[in-house]
Design a protein around this ligand. Sequence first.
Ligand code: UDP
Length: 334
Amino acid sequence: MILITGGAGYIGSHCALALLNRNEKIVIIDNLDNGHIETINALKNIGNVEFIKGDLKNKKDIEFIFKNFDIDTLMHFAGYIQVEESTQNPSKYYENNIIGTINLLNTMVEYNVKKIIFSSTCAIYGEPEYLPIDENHPKNPLNPYGKTKLIIEEMLDDYDKAYDIKSVRLRYFNVAGADCSAGIGEWHQPETHLIPNILKSVFEKEKIFNIFGNDYDTFDGTCIRDYVNVEDLACAHVLALEYLKKENKTECINIGTSQGNSVKEIFDTVKLISGKNIPVEFKPRRAGDAAKLIADTKKARKILNWEPAHSLHDSIKSAYLWEKSKLARLNFDV
Ligand code: UDP
């Protein structure tokens, strides 16, 4: 059985869905701080999901699961992810992300569980020294959020050496899209991410969308990111799981598309898909934003045999449909 931490969140729920579609048995732990019970209910409509509302900071919550379910592998998504908040309230990030993971790893040791897929991030690289960014790029995270992810990667190396726990760390670039047919998608509160924020301005009357910075050294002055589709990302997790079972080797792997798109390009695509005139303003740069982040994904292609299957247009269309259906469910006028 696979334990998914943070399975009520955006990426965790899409990975849970991919595993359910392969008839894997899963148990989800989530404290629902940022995850949603509606997401768990949507997953329960699709397959057999055990859900435990619990917190990784309470080791007893983790032990309860290991005692009651036959866990052989973990997918670890639980963690706080807001960059700006992490700079204002670092203790929340170190306490939750690090202590939660220590409790998780120690329980793995106690129950002799040796395999974990970890949700890492390109934020561990910091300001790019070259592009595209490969896995060997220097690691200088710019904020406590990125630092917690890097510390966890380092902890995983030490737990590998000491206890033979093998991990695949997937370092995601920007993630986009939703699985509308399953009723799951991106839903953060507060929302800080680009595509959901543009969509807010599509659906909320007179809500102005802010572009942070139009003076970057890029072709149109706005930041460039590498947007990978969330279903493709979930597929990478399934392949990582197979890799871990077959090869029993620790690896770090970038997951992106190797393509960059600017904030303006994303904005124009949302405009096209929604058919709406979205109010927009340019604002100063957001602290800590790099001009360009693009993944080198050769390793994912080579060792996982993974290829992104969805276009950026597909991702944005599905995000649009998800936002619309979510607002309709919540009884907003859309
Ligand atoms: N961005 C923006 N307006 C927003 C949210 C984001 O202009 O309301 C820009 C942000 O400055 C960055 C890009 O969109 O250049 C992607 O930001 P996001 O927060 O989605 O992901 P990040 O790259 O920070 O992980």
